[in-house]
Design a binder for this molecule. Structure first.
Ligand code: GAR
Length: 194
């Protein structure tokens, strides 16, 4: 049976990568073919090793001024490239090679609290400082601007005056783990297998 190949780009702890791996573990139509990472010490690489998933360490020079690893990734025929805590802006070579096939998750309700430097706890600190009464997650297509492409999915959670950036982060992370794999599944259902 033809499979959907997924490539995950992640450079953090990898809790979203783990949620995606767990969600598709028993699904024989989906294979996580590669985890690409730009930080050799990132926790996500330990997850990849434990799960037996091949890894690719992305280096700045070839990524931004070379071929952007297009050949290596094309060889895997990915249905989707999934950014899960990957913080570099993607070069146009990669975006053009996989039109409409690259998605990202952001821990806020874009277009608020997005852009360069807005990642992880920085986002939740900004939400708290602004006195927002709600926050959430955004899953979107990736284009050449940070946190910018077409929105695919948003989910909202309240922020109470007692919340701290840490408690907001916890709630948002849980939402990411709950929804990102399901949104990926929906997208796969709309796409022929490669
Ligand atoms: C996630 O919260 C994700 O939304 C965020 O990085 C975290 C990675 O956590 N991404 C961004 O902020 C992108 N601008 P994880 O490594 O535990 O999955």
């Amino acid at each position: 049976m033809l499979k959907h190949n997924l490539v995950i780009f992640a450079s953090g702890n990898g809790s979203n990568a783990q949620a995606i791996i767990d969600f598709f573990r028993e699904d024989s139509s989906v294979k996580i073919s590669l985890i690409a990472c730009n930080k050799p010490q990132a926790g996500v690489l330990q997850i990849a090793e434990k799960e037996g998933i091949p890894t690719l360490i992305i280096e700045k020079e070839p990524f931004f001024r070379g071929n952007a690893y297009v050949e290596e990734i094309s060889a895997l025929h990915p249905t989707l490239i999934i950014l899960a805590g990957f913080l570099w802006k993607l070069p146009s070579a990669l975006i053009n090679a996989f039109p409409g096939q690259i998605i990202n998750i952001h821990p806020a309700l874009l277009p608020k609290y997005g852009g360069k430097g807005m990642y992880g706890l920085h986002v939740h600190e900004a939400v708290k400082a602004a006195g927002e009464s709600e926050t959430g997650i955004t899953i979107h297509k990736v284009d050449e601007k940070y946190d910018h492409g077409t929105h695919i999915f948003q989910a909202v959670t309240p922020v109470s005056p007692d919340d701290t950036p840490d408690t907001i982060a916890k709630k948002v992370h849980q939402m990411e783990h709950q929804f990102y794999p399901r949104v990926i599944k929906d997208l796969l259902n709309q796409t022929p297998r490669g």
